[in-house]
Design a protein around this ligand. Structure first.
Ligand code: FES
Length: 109
């Protein structure tokens, strides 16, 4: 497990990106906080594999309802990563498993 941040560092709704070194690889991901729950996904759009965000920690749409890809505006459900609109409609973000222990968020590797 790798520690990312404290749960209170992410607004509800809100999101935060992270980058983890795992051996020679780097895992780019982000955490979404929505309706009291936390979810983690790889920062890779199923449409092209590009990073979803163009601003630091900004993964949600204007209404803070969905995860939004900044390149072609695909929308993904926060709690499942499922794409409901856009060029990769019907596909999903790759979910990462997380644990919250004493208000600290960890990613399971
Ligand atoms: S790269 Fe994400 S919608 Fe095209």
């Amino acid at each position: 497990m790798k520690q990312i941040c404290s749960s209170h560092e992410i607004a509800d709704p809100g999101s935060k990106e992270f980058s983890l070194k795992i051996g020679r690889e780097t895992l780019e991901g982000f955490i979404v906080h929505k309706d009291g729950e936390f979810f983690a996904y790889k920062n890779s759009c199923p449409h092209t594999g590009a990073s979803l965000n163009w601003q630091e920690d900004q993964f949600l749409d204007m209404d803070l309802s969905f995860i939004q890809c900044s390149i072609h505006n695909a929308l993904f459900e926060c709690n499942s990563g499922y794409c409901i609109a856009g060029p990769c409609s019907g596909s999903s973000l790759e979910e990462l498993k997380l644990n919250i222990i004493d208000n600290e968020i960890f990613i399971n590797l």
